[in-house]
Design a protein around this ligand. Structure first.
Ligand code: DC
Length: 207
């Protein structure tokens, strides 16, 4: 079974997708980490983020096992990821890896922005996870503060809005809800409540 989980940043899609995969014993891929890894390579090699050819090269030669997750989880890398993810060749070079991952047995859960629309249009189940912008900014702010990052709520809100705008308006594979996706607004729900509701849907779908 193939399950797609899409949505804007800090909506809770990663937590949900990971929870579904754990509950079902499926493989899990955070596709944002691929774009973040390309962003990190651009920074490490001192490339300008406008350099689409270098970004495409790093996407084609990416070895995700060589990059530690903690290196990807900062705002500078997130910003770089959002920028390079707009380049069609970058997206194309990451596509086959994601599609092959999605076919893994006994099943796979992928989270991202374009899983239900572009990467796995034939996914068995698609969820589009969203939440009010201020709720998402508050969650991201609390997370950053928990990591000891000095920032303000206003700065995080501005960041979240800028990134959403860029991800949703780019020409190639923007953040979008597939016609056959189930929309989940997590603004007023805990992660446990969301997972429980979604697992009911999955159970029904599996019969
Ligand atoms: O989900 P995230 O914040 O880790 O994603 C980082 C960036 O990668 C995000 O700003 C947009 C991009 N991205 C994408 O374009 N397509 C995906 N399937 C996943 C992420």
């Amino acid at each position: 079974m193939m399950i797609a989980v899409d949505g804007p940043s800090a909506a809770g899609k990663g937590t949900l997708a990971r929870g579904i995969a754990r509950a079902l014993g499926y493989h899990f891929l955070d596709t944002g980490s691929l774009y973040r890894a390309v962003g990190l390579m651009m920074i490490r090699h001192g490339k300008a983020l406008e350099d689409a050819d270098s970004a495409a090269h790093f996407a084609a030669t990416l070895d995700v096992d060589k990059i530690a997750d903690h290196e990807l989880r900062n705002e500078r890398v997130a910003e770089a990821a959002s920028r390079i993810s707009a380049y069609p060749q970058v997206r194309k070079n990451l596509l086959e890896f994601q599609r092959a991952f999605a076919r893994k047995a006994p099943g796979a859960v992928l989270d991202g922005r374009d899983i239900g629309t572009v990467v796995c249009p034939d996914a068995d189940l698609k969820f589009f996870v969203t939440a009010a912008t201020d709720v998402r900014a508050r969650r991201r702010f609390d997370e950053l503060r928990g990591q000891g990052v000095a920032t303000t709520y206003e700065a995080v809100l501005a960041d979240v809005m800028a990134r959403d705008e860029r991800d949703a308006t780019r020409t190639t594979a923007p953040t979008a809800m597939a016609d056959d996706a189930i929309m989940i607004d997590t603004s007023e729900l805990t992660a446990e409540e969301v997972l429980k509701a979604v697992l009911e849907v999955v159970k029904d779908a599996r019969g």
